[in-house]
Design a protein around this ligand. Sequence first.
Ligand code: AMP
Ligand code: ZN
Length: 115
Amino acid sequence: MSSADCLFCKFVSGVVEPDVVGETEHSLAFRDINPQAPTHVLVVPKRHVANAGELAEVSPDNLQDVVLLARAVADDEGLGGDYRLVFNTGAGAGQSVFHAHLHLLGGRSMQWPPG
Ligand code: AMP
Ligand code: ZN
């Protein structure tokens, strides 16, 4: 299922072409347009779901696939096993696109707690 108004569904269907860095049958990885680190990639399930929890509920296999694709991209980017994975969930936590996406951030030192 896709949503006609969803930007990431348009990436998946090819109506709009992102800067793709990886892909599996069920997931797509592309560079964030406003990078917050030298490597900032978004990994999305090809099916439209709103957030990570919903993805875990409807397709745990796809959630696993998203995380494994993020790891593969991190390796391709030469991050040496040092990177951060983030699922923002809800506007109050910074989610602005309501198609589940995993942020892969790396290539610089990371602070904790996050802002
Ligand atoms: P979030 O705020 O967690 O929902 O993350 C949404 C991300 O999508 C942000 O980091 C944006 O920079 C990114 N984004 C928005 N529009 C585009 C686009 N056209 N291509 C790539 N990334 C985008
Ligand atoms: Zn979507």
